[in-house]
Ligand binder design. Sequence first.
Ligand code: NAD
Length: 426
Amino acid sequence: METLKADNVYYWEGKAKRPQEGEFIKLMDKASLLVPDKPIIPFIEGDGIGPEITPAMIHVVNTAVERAYGESRKIIWVEVLAGDKAEEKTGERLPQETLDFLKEAVVGIKGPLGTPVGKGVKSINSALRRAFDFYSAVRPVYWMGQPTPIPDPKRVDVVVFRENTDDVYAGIEFFSGTEEARKVREFLIKEMGAKESGFPEDVGITVKPMSEFKTKRHVRKALRYALETGRKNVAVIGKGNIMKATEGAFINWAFEVAQEPEFKDRVLTDPEAEPGEGQVKLTKVITDQMLMQLVLRPDAWDVIIAQNLNGDYVSDLAASLIGGPGFVPSGNIGEGYALFESTHGTAWDIAGKGIANPLSLTLSGAMMLEYLGWKESAQKIYSAVRKTFEDRVGTPDIASGFRKMGEDAKEVSTIEYAQEIARRID
Ligand code: NAD
């Protein structure tokens, strides 16, 4: 297979390299970053299509940085291992070296990682999330000209902030018929006043924890983002009418954050208020209402603040409006630490064929550039990607999407598509 070579990419050879020409990003007070002109950015290639889409992303990001800043800025890419490649080379799926390197580098990017089924292997994605306390999963969903299932997709431009550490994903579960389930059931009925009718003997139970501290730090991040980027309409969602102690509390805590000195004058909570310059409006929306609104009037919302499970549903629905997860970037963000990643999986069915769509990871690369404050280079990527759609060129999934719309399109490989994007960066 053809490869995209670059002299600023240091692949893993026995260990992660520490190139002389690069410097680590520094984490400063209040989770702000001090970004050198040549930051070392670790990357995890990923499993399945990862080795195809990662070089494509690097090629596009390198070209954009070079066109935006000439020789004065450059990313120094260092490969760290995780997933299948890590297991093959080191015997471990997530080596300590990778965790240490990501910590030192503060910001990184990764391709998709698979979880082998039935081997008792834990998800690396959740291990990374826990290790760095990436408490907000941020997913901007916007249309760039690709084929989509809805008319007028330019109405979709929304950023979903999904809480990443709480909720039913905590994995506290008791299976029907086990001694644990029996004990929990008995406790709930005997000591907590739960009705037996709601807890038959064969019940299985999943616990849904939601904390004030975790909710509030997530909400603050989303509100700061909305204020910094001039997005006006912010929704906090949940089924607070049903789950009062968790999703209801989440919504209440969000409104308490809006009253904090940092936000009081800038976050309006009166449903009739019109946010002015430098202000946003925070509105409570029931989750099922939000799912309907996203389809019927997607332009109503600029930012959606969600719990873990609701955020999962909402971000996938939003993504499908603009063509699916293959077109959506994402960032896992904590107190300064950030790991950007493609939203789709390892796509083993097409791996090795050179036809994977590299956009989700490439746009995650652009999102990472914005996070570093290198906005000019990110903008260059966005406009070049738009041009490829205008010119009807893309990987087979994109080309076939255009053909379904009755339009002709040029079908190219993953690498060729990266080159087509790079060629359009001015
Ligand atoms: P998947 O996204 O890998 O594949 C679903 C379908 O979409 C497949 O037909 C695939 O060919 C297609 N597809 C996905 N990405 C594509 C791309 N870039 N270009 C063209 N077509 C693409 O989802 P899955 O099959 O449910 O998951 C496979 C594995 O990926 C699982 O082990 C899962 O755990 C893992 N996964 C990882 C992440 C992550 O690392 N963030 C996310 C989702 C799934």
